[in-house]
Design a protein around this ligand. Sequence first.
Ligand code: PAF
Length: 288
Amino acid sequence: LKVIEKVSEMQALADAWREEKQKIGFVPTMGALHEGHLSLIRRARELCDRVVVSIFVNPTQFGPAEDFAKYPRPIEADSEWCRREGVDTLFLPSVEEMYPDGNQTYVQVDGLTERLCGRSRPGHFRGVATIVAKLFLCVKPHVAVFGAKDFQQAAMVRRMVRDLLFDLQIEVAPTVREASGLAISSRNAYLTPEEKISATVLYQSLNLAESLIQSGERSCERIIAAMGSLIDAVDGTRVDYIEIVDEVDLQPVAIVDRRVVIALAVFVGQTRLIDNRVVEGGWRSFPR
Ligand code: PAF
């Protein structure tokens, strides 16, 4: 495993690989690697000759009251995961490398980022789009792999790649879950054992929504209300949002009459967790 801290060194390596016609796969992360990241790394490995993982806790995507300072940074363990997964290069830049002289240039994707997590985390997606664009310019990947748990992020990155004419493919890999259904996330590390049990209600509420749709319910208002009641019944939880949106433009829908994404963010104690599920709607999909 080669560890690179300098942007210029990363770019030179990427250029050399491209000269040799090696296909570069890239998994951008903020570290605290877990099974979810490993599935992204494995996907990149399947699709490419070389795999680069970046670990960079990006200050511009955290709000002032968020967890930038306390975000876990277990760099030794992360390097070990990468080594074991056969990652070629771990790109580990400092804040000064990625934001020399501070920053005056940002990437802003309109529309897709205004709802859902964008509403409760102002500036978050601007920070993500900016750092992902910069990382693409460092790693020069042919394929970049993102997780479906952050489906709004993945949709935004796809749109950014299209709009800014980046010449690369975005691949989205399925959410990895614990046996309880809890979506694996670096922020699960903040949960107490009791909170971890409470947190399974996100998954349960998605199951409830899907079973309501399968039994013929089409009203998003009623589905959202049922999910909200289930979550509110669990002590220590607070719903940030539950939305049902069109899979492509992420605009809210009133009736489940197409493929939709059911998405939610819930505070469990102090920890904000997200999850989502794509559900086939349409009148023909399910017997009434
Ligand atoms: O999903 C993440 O871990 C981050 O948002 C990303 C894509 C690495 C950008 O900092």
